[in-house]
Design a protein around this ligand. Structure first.
Ligand code: AMP
Ligand code: MG
Length: 344
């Protein structure tokens, strides 16, 4: 990707506790963001080099904005893709269907119309242009052929965009590669999309949770976890302002074509799979808290259910299973009350 918008997220802030004997870390720009990979128990820089090579390859394949990428070139002519990319698109569609289109990977043309990756002041698109494109986001226009692993889109005005899941997919792919190279402990941080490998010397990693306030920044609290992915979606991550000072953020409500407006500023999902966490955090941001809780209840058993943290203007709602892993920053004790919820 071309760094249309350089995203530096503070959730990327991992507050390291204790010190591991050997460790290496590298930060590169990829996936339109700042990516840091930190490995513990090794000093083999070749592993890091290969990791970033893999990220660059995946970025090139998944970039919706490039017509020469696999994703950008999907049109009405069926094209076979790798089993991994096929499964990625299948998973996107499954969750899109399950969320009643709240999550929709076919918003490509609308996302381009909004020019959301351009942070400089610009105007929101015309309502009529939004409405014209909104009719071209129908999930039925994407045709998946399980036998040939080919994909096509019947509507020429519909475009695939995996912006809401590509980093999660990349993190999972990278984790597999790192484990094959013998890595037992590390952090993959793709612009705030975190995947923890193992533990830090047998202890939890500390993962900072962003303050969703666009001006003040910082970290509202810490999640202490091992071997999990922690992914955040929020209205403060990518946005632009128009000439009147109105702010438009990057997560679109597929029922209106406009940025989502609900009580949420931020959703954090904790899951084993980074792809799952990435898709769900975006989906839950669109669905809002209550519908997200229903979704979790209906679609997961107790054992494989991801955990979620929702942030509104004044409350952090946290799954009771995460409660003992979360520490509110003292600076935010007056701003936020923490309320736990139970899903049963
Ligand atoms: P994330 O940062 O993972 O929450 O994903 C947000 C990105 O996904 C946006 O920058 C868009 O590229 C794309 N997107 C926006 N709205 C949606 C939506 N409702 N469903 C799927 N992808 C979306
Ligand atoms: Mg996402």
């Amino acid at each position: 990707m071309k760094f249309r918008f350089l995203l530096i997220l503070t959730i990327g802030l991992i507050i390291l506790s204790g010190c591991s004997s050997k460790s290496i870390s590298q930060t590169n720009l990829t996936f339109d963001t700042v990516a840091t990979i930190s490995l513990y128990g090794t000093e083999n820089r070749e592993i890091l080099k290969k990791a970033f090579e893999t990220l660059d390859v995946l970025d090139g394949e998944l970039d919706a904005f490039s017509e020469s990428s696999i994703i950008g070139s999907i049109d009405s002519t069926p094209k076979s893709v790798s089993p991994e990319i096929y499964d990625l698109i299948r998973k996107n569609i499954d969750i899109a269907e399950n969320t009643g289109d709240a999550f929709n990977p076919l918003l490509g043309n609308l996302i381009e119309l909004w020019n959301i990756n351009e942070p400089d002041v610009h105007e929101a698109p015309n309502k009529s242009d939004i409405e014209d494109l909104l009719v071209h986001t129908d999930l039925n226009s994407l045709i998946l052929d399980d036998k040939t692993l080919s994909i096509s889109i019947t509507d020429p005005q519909t475009k695939l965009n995996l912006g809401a899941s590509a980093k999660g997919f990349a993190a999972d792919t990278l984790k597999e590669q790192l484990i094959e190279s013998g890595v037992k402990s590390g952090i993959i941080n793709l612009g705030g999309n975190i995947l923890l490998i193992g533990s830090k010397d047998g202890k939890d990693f500390n993962v900072g949770i962003d303050n969703p306030d666009r001006e003040s920044g910082g970290v509202i609290g810490i999640l202490k976890l091992q071997d999990k992915s922690i992914v955040t979606s929020g209205n403060y991550q990518r946005y632009f302002t128009d000439s009147q000072g109105r702010v438009y953020h990057h997560i679109l409500d597929p029922s209106t074509g406009y940025p989502v407006e609900n009580e949420l500023n931020e959703v954090v999902v904790v899951a084993d799979s980074s792809l799952e966490a990435d898709i769900l955090s975006t989906a839950f941001f669109v669905l809002g808290k209550e519908k997200s809780l229903e979704y979790l209840k209906e679609n997961y058993s107790e054992e494989n259910r991801p955990e979620v943290l929702f942030v509104t203007d004044d409350t952090i709602y946290i799954d009771e299973r995460l409660e003992n892993h979360f520490e509110l920053s003292s600076d935010f004790e007056e701003k936020y009350k923490v309320e736990k919820f139970t899903i049963n």
